[in-house]
Design a binder for this molecule. Structure first.
Ligand SMILES: CSC[C@@H](O)[C@@H](O)C(=O)COP(=O)(O)O
Length: 382
């Protein structure tokens, strides 16, 4: 069965509660923009592309249900104002991943353009819903293209082992759970595996929220992809070349915002991986759809980094263990730090473009030009 973070049919949206994974697979119904805002903020749903799509579809479901209950205004202008207000609210849920802001900008334009054509509230609602639903469909096909381009690039430029297979390291969760399906960096791993070219995927635990051990490991096991979990602190030891032992062909990660110069904000710990990759002569790749590229942000210095609550660092979540059996229905937050210690919990870091070898998008791979710079605008010319 295909793993789905988002289940949608017109008027009905459900998201897989990622706080309860991997111990329980529970879907939560999202009925309104307010429900979506909380699900995103509290990270029950997460991942840069997924939060944009959940926000867009939550409002679509809300509009459809208001219409079914005869509570939608019949004036196009009033429905447009309602949609624009909800979009401005939804964008405040998480600041770093630009996909959410990008979706809000695009959907606001759809609504503004529809004002001249939509004769009534119902037509305005339909214009919005069609655009939101298209985002869900496009994300999956974009990810499949990213997977194909990324796999090709790694097989050509990465460290390929004797039997023409590659091992790849990834960070955080960029798979079906972080997107509408297939995944970005994890899509590259899926594509390598489908071609019989993946020797092994390694995934980091991704402290403090553990997207790697809870979510990526869950996806890799679910899809029967050969994989090994390491703690974040083991990555450099893995990259260190010990002769005949495991060689990592490349590190491939996702992104939450790629600035115009290629500087990339991604899950905390990405920057350390990029430094280690450069030191060990291992290629370092970003895999992200064009919705993650923000030409308005000139460099990484301008990216706002979300800081999350300290308890995400001091506590770890897991099912109750009575010494014999796990009870997945009772999830506890266990303290793993000394009470009273101050905490810094930035959710993302910025990897300078200098440390990135290539950026994989759905329209192809962006590599540096002769001057050593990425021309990110080029992906919008295709
Ligand atoms: C494909 S999403 C980009 C990821 O690499 C990653 O940073 C991410 O999933 C976002 O983090 P999260 O804080 O879990 O929402």
């Amino acid at each position: 069965m295909v793993l789905q973070a988002i289940k949608y049919k017109r008027g009905q949206l459900e998201v897989l509660d990622q706080l309860r994974l991997p111990h329980a697979e529970v879907y939560e119904t999202v009925r309104s923009s307010e429900d979506a805002w909380h699900a995103i903020k509290e990270m029950r749903t997460r991942g840069a592309p997924a939060i944009a799509i959940v926000a867009a579809l939550a409002l679509a479901a809300e509009l459809e249900n208001l219409s079914a209950a005869n509570k939608l205004s019949d004036k196009a202008e009033e429905v447009a104002a309602f949609i624009l207000e909800k979009l401005s609210y939804l964008v405040t849920s998480r600041p770093t991943a630009v996909n959410l802001a990008d979706a809000v900008t695009k959907l606001s334009k759809v609504v503004e353009n529809a004002l001249s054509e939509a004769g009534n509230g119902e037509a305005m609602k339909d214009a919005y819903i069609q655009a939101a639903e298209k985002m869900l469909v496009d994300d999956v096909s974009d990810n499949e293209a990213i997977g194909k381009y990324g796999a090709e690039w790694i097989l050509k430029n990465g460290i390929v082992q004797g039997n023409s297979e590659v091992s790849v390291l990834t960070h955080c969760n960029t798979g079906s759970l972080a997107t509408a399906g297939y995944g970005t960096a994890l899509g590259v791993i899926r594509s390598l595996n489908a071609q019989g070219k993946l020797r092994r995927a390694f995934c980091t635990e991704t402290r403090p929220y553990n997207q790697g051990s809870r979510l990526t490991a869950f996806e890799l096991v679910h899809d029967k992809i050969p994989a090994t979990l390491i703690t974040d602190s083991m990555a450099s030891a893995l990259l260190y070349n010990r002769g005949s032992e495991e060689r990592i062909a490349a590190i491939v990660v996702g992104a939450d915002r790629v600035a115009a110069n290629g500087d990339t904000a991604n899950k905390i710990g990405t920057y350390a991986l990029a430094i280690s990759a450069r030191h060990h002569g291992v290629k370092f790749l970003i895999a992200a759809p064009r919705t993650t590229i923000d030409l308005q942000t000139k460099s990484g210095k301008d990216i706002v980094i979300e800081e999350r609550p300290g308890w995400e660092v001091t506590r770890i979540k897991g099912p109750r263990f009575d010494g014999a059996e796990l009870d997945p229905s009772i999830v506890e937050n266990v303290s793993i730090a000394a009470n009273g210690i101050d905490i810094w919990n930035p959710s993302f870091d910025v990897t300078p473009a200098e440390l990135i070898d290539a950026i994989i998008t759905e329209v192809g791979v962006v590599e540096k030009d002769e001057s050593g710079a990425f021309n990110m605008a080029s992906v919008f010319e295709k």
